[in-house]
Design a protein around this ligand. Structure first.
Ligand SMILES: *Cc1c(COP(=O)(O)O)cnc(C)c1O
Length: 407
């Protein structure tokens, strides 16, 4: 079916009304209809331009349509797009080798979305607990943190502490223990002979870029080692350059047993996620026990390889570190001027707005009117996560728009 010219000419307002009539209402988007994008800039149907300070929740770490990534995708579209894992494809080995080298974890399980990577890790940890640790059948537990966000499947919302994400979706999957985030003593107290793993975000993105105290992640690593359970780091949002290092756990030189990547791994082109693990852990999965029709497909592998190549240069991590300082300086200057607090690492910030000025949603709408796209999270917090390709000048433009929107 080809779209009629009539349809492609619909205005933003008409398209929003049309979506409203036909789509599930599980989102509340800002009223902007994006039609084109390049780098950090997006353009709407009427040709208005906006700086993208959300970057697809960090799926667009390299900006929109990065030339290397688009070229890799085009090349692969002309050669091979899908085989299924019933056969080998000539792109998967290189992708997996590159990812293993980049992260230091030698075994790779390719999936598609972040939630699938989390689900896969839950299965992997449980199987490891029964086969290696010797946990009694069906007794394995996984310890998670309060305020977590790991995705939207029924098992994952089973251990969410967000009532909006959980409410009405029971019965829930058992086998999870929730402890307060950033409380090492509480976490240690929850570990016992049934514990398969601790599953944690090194920085909680959806919760509002919540950064634990220095030493917490190293403490979790030590506690999991002592308890003889796995440490699973969900770096689906925090990883791949965002915080100034390849992984957020690198800030504390922590090596997890299992690492989850997604979002930016697909270069903003295709959904690509991966579970990386120690070889002896991944070895518990044997043929037929887990899989995915699309996981590791040649198009995803080609784009993912190009993402790994970009990160191997170190340029994006460097930019996130340097421009992260500029971001921090700009936000510090706004303290007391509508900003009541913020947390940031690299090019990633959760900015708490004075509730007297407006909700996060109001500020996002005002930012949009100033030509900047950002998204609120949890009431009065705005999340700032531009593409890592942003220039200092563009970042200054965004900060100026934020200042104006707070007046
Ligand atoms: C986005 C996200 C997920 C889920 O990824 P999807 O691709 O949306 O399924 C899981 N964990 C974290 C930390 C995330 O930010």
């Amino acid at each position: 079916m080809t779209l009629t010219p009539e349809r492609t000419r619909r205005s933003s307002a008409e398209l929003i009304a049309a979506e409203d009539g036909v789509l599930a209402h599980n989102y509340h988007p800002l009223p902007v209809v994006v039609a084109r994008a390049e780098g950090v800039w997006v353009e709407d149907v009427e040709g208005r331009r906006y700086l993208d300070m959300l970057a697809g929740y960090s799926a667009l770490n390299f900006g929109h349509r990065h030339p290397d990534l688009i070229a890799a995708a085009h090349r692969q579209l002309d050669a091979l797009t899908l085989t299924s894992r019933a056969f080998h494809n000539d792109r998967l080995a290189g992708f997996a080798e590159g990812l293993a080298e980049l992260t230091g974890l030698p075994a790779v399980l390719p999936m598609n979305t972040g939630a699938e990577a989390v689900e896969s890790a839950v299965k992997l940890a449980r199987k490891w607990a029964y086969e290696v640790k010797g946990v009694a059948p069906d007794r394995a537990t996984i310890v998670v943190a309060d305020g977590n966000f790991h995705g939207r499947t029924t098992t994952i919302v089973s251990f969410s502490t967000d009532e909006t994400a959980r409410g009405g979706f029971g019965p829930f999957t058992p086998g999870f223990r929730v402890v307060p985030y950033n409380d090492l003593a509480a976490l240690e107290a929850a570990l016992d002979e049934t514990t398969a793993a601790v599953l944690i975000e090194p920085i909680q993105g959806e919760a509002g870029v919540v950064i634990p105290d220095d030493g917490y992640l190293a403490g979790v690593r030590e506690a999991t080692r002592r308890a003889g359970c796995l440490l699973i780091a969900d770096e689906i949002q925090s990883g791949l350059g965002r915080t100034g290092t390849t992984l957020a756990v690198d800030h504390e030189s922590v090596r997890p047993d299992v690492l989850l990547l997604g979002k930016a791994l697909g270069g903003g082109i295709v959904p690509v996620s991966a579970v990386l693990a120690r070889s002896d852990v991944m070895a518990v999965l044997r043929p037929g026990e887990h899989g995915s029709t699309f996981g590791g497909n040649p198009l995803s592998a080609a784009v993912g390889s190009a993402v790994v190549d970009l990160l191997a240069t170190g340029e994006f991590q460097r930019r996130a570190t340097e421009l992260g300082e500029v971001l921090r300086g700009g936000l510090t200057a706004l303290l007391g001027k509508g900003v009541v607090g913020f947390r940031s690492r690299g090019l990633w910030a959760g900015v708490d707005i004075d509730p007297a000025i407006g909700t996060g949603r109001h500020i996002s709408e005002r930012l949009m009117a100033e030509g900047v796209l950002a998204k609120d999270t949890h009431g009065s917090t705005i999340r700032i996560a531009p593409p890592l390709t942003i220039t200092e000048e563009e970042l200054a433009t965004a900060l100026a728009a934020l200042e104006k929107s707070l007046r």
